[in-house]
Ligand binder design. Structure first.
Ligand code: GLU
Length: 534
């Protein structure tokens, strides 16, 4: 018989399993089981806690996404909390934009600054009383103390450490001030911060992804500031206070915070609070293993949105390069990401993101959306707006803005285009505006343009409204044979020219099906006229 520590498959918290010959025979102790499963029963609360010191980028979106999926998988709540305590680094508009981008991505928070919720406010700058009250508790219980060291002194400490080749750290001098000295300085209104007293001998904790961990923080750093001179808390204090009062059950965040977790656990201990479970997500990197760049604004969610990338494609590519699923496959929508998510499959290696594959992800998701009637309606609106913007006065026939026309085009082009933007590019302009071509272009292809144009007009009249790709493809072969002095290839080139003014593009049959009989006739009448006059 042996004892194993295993994650609870449902809520991901550790529990003891007694096994015999590889089979679980008893789970216990009861308290551990109760504790882990009680977190799942309606109580999973996870949060995404960005600082609005910049706009949402792919790394942030990925952290938000894993939290969202986790919450939805276990029937919990996904909370957006904005950590805006570093007032000097706030970027105007970033807070609103982060929430807009989560909504756009289809992973909206259940509770947030905009949506509100029972345990708000969700903006740290509106929770200052809570941090001050907690800091006061820590000072009163002796776990924190006032520090009056000047910035000059701290600077000097830093320089000395660097000179002797050591890592700079605060020497904890103000730990040793007597109570009357502290009172006197406070009474004089001396500028001060509050520092948390780091104790030696940190307990290990089990990270849901990285396993057992322990960082003896007191060995490597001085006592950290928890309340700054401006009265604002630092990240470390505000973060744990909010996780506690917002009843966060699981903290899923970037692995850069793994080394801070022991410090956070010391604070929970000092306050007598039960900590949440922690899971650190490995970093998202470029495919060559370098840091994701933000330099050209290329990984900001707004720029993907602007470039016509579908949110679902972005979510799919970020989860495909990482872990947390039994298998990776392209084309997963958010509901499938939730159902296929398996947190025990999150690995510790960095996720390598290959953005060159994004058009392929977009192509597949665009196809899925075109096939979904509801989503297709919003794509139609989107295409219509883009056509109106790009072709404004050039549109000769309002029919091209009609829902049925755009829907037909989308269904014919699905699987071929990677973005709706392609549809308004010059290659597809023939769909929206009538093409122009010259009699010289025509003459270069055939000596009998009138004959061919009449054959097409006759064919379209016979076929009536019912045009199908397969039938047309056959009809065009037969038609080409009726052209005495022109080869099949040239006939097709002529048809393509008359329909689109171009030499390349989708098949001639497809062009015809998209345009419909009335418009085909108009374009071939034009060919007739041009040939008569030349
Ligand atoms: N505000 C921190 C950040 O932007 C949050 C870290 C955490 O999730 O605890 O990375």
């Amino acid at each position: 018989m042996s004892l194993w520590l295993k994650y609870c498959q449902r809520c991901f918290v550790n529990r003891v399993v007694v096994t015999r010959g590889g089979f679980a025979v008893r789970r216990g102790p009861a308290a551990a089981v109760y504790r882990c499963c009680s977190t799942v029963q309606g109580e999973v609360r996870v949060r995404f806690a960005p600082s609005p010191t910049g706009f949402l980028h792919l790394g942030g979106l990925r952290t938000a996404l894993y939290n969202y999926i986790f919450a939805k998988k276990y029937g919990g709540k996904f909370i957006l909390r904005l950590e805006d305590t570093d007032q000097s680094r706030l970027v105007p508009g970033a807070a609103e934009s982060i929430e807009d981008m989560l909504e756009w991505a289809g992973i909206p928070p259940d509770e947030s600054p905009r949506r509100g919720g029972p345990l708000g406010p969700y903006l740290q700058s509106q929770r200052l009383d809570l941090y001050n009250e907690t800091a006061r508790q820590l000072v009163e219980s002796g776990h924190a103390y006032y520090c009056f060291c000047s910035s000059q002194r701290l600077e000097l400490l830093k320089k000395e450490a660097l000179r002797s080749g050591q890592t700079p750290r605060y020497d904890n001098r103000c730990r040793h001030l007597r109570a009357d000295q502290v009172q006197e300085k406070l009474a004089q209104g001396a500028s001060h911060v509050i520092r948390f007293r780091l104790e030696e001998g940190v307990e290990p904790f089990q990270d849901l992804v990285f396993g057992w961990n322990r960082h003896d923080v007191a060995q490597v750093e001085g006592d950290p500031v928890v309340v700054k001179a401006d009265g604002f808390p630092t990240y470390h204090l505000a973060n744990i206070v909010d996780d506690h009062y917002m009843k966060i059950s699981h903290v899923l965040r970037g692995s850069e915070w793994l080394i801070s977790t022991s410090k956070h656990l010391l604070m929970y201990q000092a306050l007598g609070w039960r900590p949440p479970a922690f899971g650190h997500l490995p970093l998202l990197m470029n495919k060559d293993g370098t840091k994701l760049s933000k330099r050209q604004g290329d990984i900001f969610i707004q720029s993907f949105q602007r470039d016509g990338v579908l949110a679902e494609a972005l979510l799919d590519i970020t989860t495909n390069c990482g872990s947390g699923f039994n298998t990776n496959r392209i084309g997963r929508r958010i509901d499938e990401l939730i159902s296929e998510f398996n947190p025990s499959k999150i690995t510790t290696h960095s996720a390598l993101l290959d953005l060159d594959k994004l058009p392929e992800f977009n192509r597949i998701h665009l196809q899925l959306q075109i096939e979904d009637e509801e989503k297709c309606c919003s794509l139609i609106k989107d295409v219509r707006e883009q056509i109106q913007q790009s072709y404004t006065a050039e549109i000769q026939d309002e029919e091209v803005l009609h829902e049925d026309y755009i829907r037909r085009v989308l269904h014919l082009r699905k699987g071929h285009i990677s973005s709706l933007k392609e549809l308004v590019s010059p290659v597809y302009s023939y769909l929206w505006v009538r093409p122009s071509f010259s009699s010289q272009q025509v003459a270069a292809l055939t000596p009998e343009p009138q004959h061919i144009a009449s054959l097409v007009l006759k064919l379209i009249e016979e076929r009536g409204e019912r045009l199908s790709l397969d039938e047309l493809a056959k009809d065009l072969k037969t038609l080409a044979k009726q052209a005495k002095a022109t080869k099949y290839r040239e006939v097709m080139k002529l048809l393509r020219l008359a329909l689109s003014g171009l030499q390349q593009g989708p098949s001639v049959a497809e062009m015809m099906v998209s345009l419909g009989p009335a418009e085909i006739s108009r374009r071939f009448q034009k060919l007739l006229l041009l040939s008569e006059t030349s």
